[in-house]
Structures are given as C-alpha cells and as structure tokens.
Ligand binder design. Structure first.
Ligand SMILES: [Zn+2]
Length: 262
C-alpha cells in the first residue's frame, strides 16, 4: 500500500486486489531470460486514468523497473506486473497470483500532491515516485518468491529495496529517491488529520526521513545540505552511512544467486 491507499479516503478498503477476469490485457511484455523474469501487462485504463496510462507508457517507467530488477536477480517463479485502474485502492502485491499491481491513478495523485506544495516539480519527479512505488511492490514479490527472511518489518525492507534500486542509478537515482522522500513528506503533511490506526508501515514522515538518510548514507559528499534540518536531523544523519551499508549488504546477500539443490 502506498501513499494513496485507504488513507486519503479515510476508510479502510478490503485488501482485495483487482484481479478480475474481465479486464482484458491489451498487451504484455516480458523481461528476463527463459521462463523467469517479469511480465508486464497494461490493462485498459478507465475514465480519467487514460492520461496517467499514457504518461506511464510514454516514460516507460514500468519497463525500467522490471528490467532493472531482472538484471539484478533471477527468479524461478515469474512475477507479473499489472498496470491497472484501481479506483484509489493503492498499489499492492498479491502473493496468490505472484502479481504486483500498480495503479494508474497514483500518477495524477502524485502530481496533485506536488502541485499543492507549489510550483517547480517536474514530470521527472512524478516518474521517480512511480518508480519507487514499483520497486517497493516488487520487493514484496521478491521476498515471497525467494522465500527471504526479513529482519524487522517487511514494509521497511521493501522501502529499503526501493532505495537500493534507485541508488544504483548514481546521482540521478539520488535525485529520484529525494523526490520520493519529498512525496512521503507531503503525504504526511496532507494526511495529518487522518487516523489510519495501526499500520504495518512506518509513518509517511518517517519513510521520508529514512529515504533521505539512505541518500546521505550512500553519497554524503553530495548531500550535506540535507543534514541538520527537519529533512534529516543531525542525530540521525550520523548513523546513515553505517545504516545504509548494512541495508545494502543485506539485500545484495539476499539476492545473490544461490546454489541449487540437485
Ligand atoms: Zn508494502
């Protein structure tokens, strides 16, 4: 569940992924070799989702995420990514179908979140947030398919995998992760009145600070300006290099090819 899950509507929707058989996929793309890999299906967008669908397709955001994950890790069981109209339900992972669902409407919701905060945010930032969402959901798929044992909350590990994937992109990836952090921050501010009750995720504000900590931990020289503000408190910043290298090491070990039995 992302920034635009049940929180915005103030109600908790049943976590039933929209895998109805009536939505006809209009095409499919598969990345990776042989029977493994990640299959992408764009389902026909409904109503106002059409512009968001055009944006995602034009930017090839889903393809970028799928090929980056395929290049890093090989999975025995194929993972599918459905790009779907989901009526504000929020992107999700459905273990029953080994399927990530990413919602078209999160494009316009992200755009609106940035727009309300003021001018100056570009399509690149919106695409960065969508990438972070995709990597987060793909992390749940990897935990499931690879049978990973996560220490702590899986939601935190999924955020950390998103950070890992973005930070592999160097300075561009750092900017993208900072855009995602800003969106988490804005989501926290926008939803301050919402009482979502207990949640398996860290708070949106905490997710923002975590991402900034990872950026600073990975490339402190380029991001000293983050430290000492609300964006990244100085106390937290001290431990970021160590924290990030431990997170990176955990994921890289978890994703390393393992010898097969037999
Ligand atoms: Zn999650």
């Amino acid at each position: 569940m992302g920034r635009f899950g049940a929180g915005l509507a103030g109600i908790v929707l049943a976590a039933v992924a929209g895998v109805s058989g009536c939505q006809k996929p209009d095409d499919a793309v598969r990345t990776g070799a042989g029977g493994s890999g990640i299959a992408i299906r764009y389902e026909t967008p409904t109503g106002t989702d059409r512009d968001d669908a055009a944006f995602l397709r034009g930017r090839k955001v889903v393809e970028e995420a799928a090929s980056a994950v395929s290049a890093l890790v090989e999975v025995d069981r194929p993972i599918s990514v459905g790009v779907v109209s989901c009526d504000g339900e929020g992107s999700s992972y459905d273990p029953e179908f080994t399927r990530v669902e990413v919602c078209y409407d999160e494009v316009s919701e992200t755009r609106e979140l940035f727009r309300r905060a003021g001018p100056g945010r570009a399509d690149d930032d919106v695409a960065a947030v969508m990438l972070e969402t995709l990597y987060h959901e793909m992390a749940h798929a990897l935990v499931d398919v690879l049978g990973l044992r996560v220490r702590g909350r899986e939601e935190d590990a999924a955020d950390q995998f998103a950070a890992l994937m973005l930070l592999r992109g160097g300075a561009l990836g750092e900017q993208r992760l900072l855009a995602a952090a800003d969106a988490w921050h804005l989501s926290e501010v926008t939803n301050e009145d919402a009482d979502d009750g207990p949640d398996e995720h860290s708070s949106d504000g905490r997710r923002a600070v975590n991402h900034r900590c990872y950026v600073y931990g990975a490339a402190s020289g380029r991001h000293r300006g983050l430290v000492g503000t609300d964006a990244l408190p100085a106390e937290r910043a001290k431990g970021c290099a160590r924290e990030w290298s431990a997170i990176r090491a955990w994921w890289m070990t978890a994703l390393a090819p393992r010898p097969r039995a037999g």
